[in-house]
Design a protein around this ligand. Sequence first.
Ligand code: XMP
Length: 510
Amino acid sequence: MHKVLILDFGSQYTQLIARKIRELGVYSEIMPFNTPLSTIREAGPSALVLSGGPQSVYEKGAPHPPKGIFDLGVPVLGICYGVQLMAYFLGGEVIPTKMREYGFASLRVCDRSGLLAKVKDKEQVWMSHGDRLEKVPPGFVITGSTANTQAAAIENPRRRFYGVQFHPEVIHTKEGRKILANFLFNLAGLEADWDMSSFIERKVTEIRESVGKRKVICGLSGGVDSLVTSLIIHKAIKNQLVCIFIDNGLLRRGQYEDLMEAFRHKFALKVIGIDASDLFLDKLRGITSPERKRKTIGRLFIHLFEREATRIGGAQFLAQGTIYPDVIESNPVKGPSSVIKSHHNVGGLPKGLRFKLIEPLRELFKDEVRALAMELGVDKEFIRQHPFPGPGLAVRVIGEINREILDILRAADDVVVEEIRRAGLYNKLWQAFAVLLPVRSVGVMGDQRTYQRVVAVRLVQSTDGMTANWYPAAPRLLARISTRIVNEVQGVNRVVYDITTKPPGTIEWE
Ligand code: XMP
């Protein structure tokens, strides 16, 4: 099977390149920009892509790939910073410009014999760069330009090196998919021989090889990601996998019982159920900071996994359903971005972890994981369930948590989900949930003054959780939700609707 290797120079879009290439049916992997040449050679890529990145190629400390990547004899596509690197390494010239070019531009194609085959003229492309490619390296020709960037696309067909100053991987570049397909199929000569079932096969082999006869523990959260992780590992090593499902007291109503039943009977997994709600709620007492909540929960999970690992006679591996958005939001390795949230299965891990991690879904987006779940025979209803965060309702009760408050939230949450289902909206939304705020407001019920809690309702649409829009719900639906919560949920006398997109908001409130 062909493989494309993407060298990552820190662009926020690197993962999108991988995803677009996978969508075109070619297996792709991302490696850091400074991966040694010998490792790149060993990986045996059929083509290389150099990603974008926030720096200037000549800046002190700018990320440079190992010398020799242009001598591997494989086709290379440079994107944004990647094309500048190409120019810098191969005898061209890159200069800083006064104005950063950011946003839409219109591409004029002057040569359709290679990378820009069948690409329409004057189509919109997405630019985001500070430096400019002033002189193309020897052997290259300019095949596309924009008003501000003459060398918007350059090509050296003899050596099979190609570069674009714009980002073909983002949807704002209208002909982006065509350009990537031209590179992969026409120029690099690859075939579309990759799909979800080959992903599963590849992971199964990898897991078998790395685990051998040892044991693996996998924490189930109740969501699709950890279930798919378990099913893939189970395929690889059968009963050497022990799943653990913890009732941390932060689950939705009925979730623990329903899920235990499903895990054991529908999916035939070996699952140990642990009721640890007292422990979790005890350790969370008095904590109001979102990050401290997340870290405390992450630590407790690990503590319990370690305890269970000892009980089952030693497990060296911990499997987690980490997916790509969890990784970037918790763990920005490069660039100016900062930690947004410590996702409990990534950033919340304590230092000195005793386990080796297995995270087969680490490179995937949610919709890709859902496609994998289909492939693995998981039923539609389970696959379509809304994502539920690892730290559970703890990040939906703003401020301090206790059993009573969690029960209020559970009741409100039940109403929201029930009404969303009744309105036939559940599958149209990415998530629908209630958040309990730490404020009280005055109300009047009957002839009585009330002074009670506020619930916020959050209904969002999204394709990958990285960005999201609030759902423009019909007033009648909002009215029903509000009336029912105020009437049915003890302790709540006011309901508000959250109309914040992500960014700048996040989906969960904490
Ligand atoms: P935010 O709130 O960061 O959430 O916009 C993006 C998506 O991720 C889910 N989420 C989590 N999932 N562990 C998870 O497995 C976590 O710690 C976590 N925090 C947020 C969230 O529900 C949304 O779908």
